[in-house]
Design a protein. Sequence first.
Length: 373
Amino acid sequence: MRSSVKLLTVFRIPVEINYSWLIIFGLVLSTLAANFSADFPGLSGPVHWLLAFLTAILFFVSILAHELSHAVVALRAGLPIHGITLFIFGGVAQLGEEPENPGVELRMALAGPAMSFLLAALFYVLGQIMMQLGAPLYLAKIALYLLTINVLLGVFNLLPGFPLDGGRVLRALLWQLTGNLRRATGIAAFGGKALAVTLMLAGIFLFFRSYYFNGLWYIFIGFFLLEAADASYRQVALKKLLSGVRVGQIMTQNVITVPADLPLSRLVEDYFFRFRFAAFPVVADDRLIGLLTFHAIKEIERERWSAVTAREAMIPITTRLTIDRHAELTTALARLAASGSGRLLVMEGDKLIGILSQRDIMSLFEYKAEVDK
C-alpha cells in the first residue's frame, strides 16, 4: 500500500503528499480557526474557518516552494529528481543520485531555508502594505502567521541533523574535510538522531508539565526525524556498497511468464501457488505487455477471479517497469522507487531476459555489508 498520493506536477516534477500531512493539515486548520475566533470574535464561525483554510493552504504552498528550491538547484546541477513528497513537518525531494561533490550538496541544502526566509520577508512586506492601505486587520494577520511559519520552517530546517537542511550542510562540510561521503553521512545522521531524541525528551517534559499538545507535537516530530535520519543513512550506505554492480550480474534469469488471457483463478493455482513468486511478466503473442503482481490479484474480489484475466489485472508495461541489463544497481534502486512495483523487468532490446526485485538487491547489500565489516 502506497503511503502517499500524487497531488500535482510542477516543472515536470510529480508532487505527492504523505498521508501524515493530512494529520498536520487538520491540526493547523483547527488551531488557526481557534486563533482567528479569539482574535476576531466579531466575525462569524464560517469566516474563521475560511481564513484558517486560506492560511493553511498558503502554509502548504510555502513548504512546496521550500522543496522546489532544492529541486531546481539539483536539476541545474544535472541531478535527476523523481519527485517531491510532503511529510508532516516538511518535505523530501527524491534525488535519482547523490550530489557528485560537496559544493552541489551545500548549494542544494541552503536553497530551501533561503526560500523560506525570502517568503517570510515577502509576507512581512505584504503585511505592512496592507496595514498602510487600511486593509482588514484579519488579512494582515494572515501575513503575520505566514511570516512566522516561514521563519520557523527555515530555522528548524537549519538545525544540524541529517536529513534536515542543516544536517546536509554539515554533511557537505564533513565531506569536504574527509573526502568520504559515507562517513560524513554517518556523522550527520548521528546528529539527526541526537536532535530527534532531544525533541522527544523535551516533548515528554512538556507533556508532564500539562502542555499536552506541544508535548505530543515534539514527540511526534522527534520520532519522525529519528526514522528519517536512520533511513537516509541506510540509503547512502546502500548506494555506496552497490556502486559499480550491474543489473545483469544479480538478476533472476529464465523468467516464467504468464499468458495474458488466463483467468486469475488458474493463475493463482498454476503459477503463484506453484512457483511462489510475488509477480509474473504477462505476454501476448510472445510479446511482453505487462506485469501481474499477487497484490493486484488480492485487490480483486475472489468471486471474480474466474472472470478476470491477467491482461485486465496487470500493470501495463512502461519504461518505468523496465531496465537494461548493463544499468547500475544504483540506477535500478531509483527506478524501483519510482515504479512502486517492487521489481523491474530486465530487457535486451525488445526481449525479456530477466527480472530484478528489491529482495535481490537487499540480499546483495546485506552480504557486501557483512564482508566490509
